[in-house]
Design a binder for this molecule. Sequence first.
Ligand code: FPP
Length: 260
Amino acid sequence: MLKKFQRWKKEEQIGERPLSDRKKELLNYEIPNHIAIIMDGNGRWAQKRSLPRIMGHHEGMKVVRRITKVANELGVKALTLYAFSTENWKRPKMEVDFLMKLPEEFLGTFLPELIEENVQVRIMGNKDELPSHTLRAVEKAMNETKNNTGLILNFALNYGSRYEMVEGIKKIIADYEQNNLKLDDINEDCFSSYLMSKELPDPDLLIRTSGELRLSNFMLWQLAYTEFWFTDTLWPDFGEEDFVEAIEDFQNRGRRFGGI
Ligand code: FPP
């Protein structure tokens, strides 16, 4: 039987049509509620142009703005972007410092537009280790957008899935020891509620750019039934067309969640 979100269109039929028509047509089918993106390939984008790697991150920041706008237009409820992993501290200090300044630059430039577009800014990650200037910028944006009701723009910043799960387990044990939680209360929903993504549904669609085919410690629990979409395009080159293509592809898939 046809599921509501299946399009049953051939790739070539989809690809030939103007982008504006394709965007409109997307709305006839299920739009993923939550899209998660591993924004990869900034360094290679810069290296290909003989530029310093940080220029790739800077260009990548502009793509964040464009994709946020189109996701919001399409009615996506949440967009989680892997901006900095718990492993990224291993990079040269100069690159880490630059990456930690990007949220300030991004929000300093685009926060008024995000507010106007009803976007809610959130952060998911270990805040304790973030430089105070980074945290201040993000918390200001979270505060100023907390009553907005549109797209949730969730930055995974100093985020690592294994860290998140270990921290969740520690909190579960603490609640158990203080008699706030019984052994029988612990189930999958309960565990999810101890994770940093607790207020969001699991992602429906995961996008990773730059041709790498791995999860890199990103939302390992939450991606259990997520549809994956990979592209060779480097993140700074990722455009509206690629985003639309990913959603078209999602709409062509039959999700069974283990059923038949
Ligand atoms: C991975 O590419 C990318 C990152 C570690 C950083 C991603 C950050 C952005 C796209 C900007 C975020 C913007 C805001 C507003 C926070 P890579 O450097 O590993 O690329 P490579 O694999 O080609 O070296």
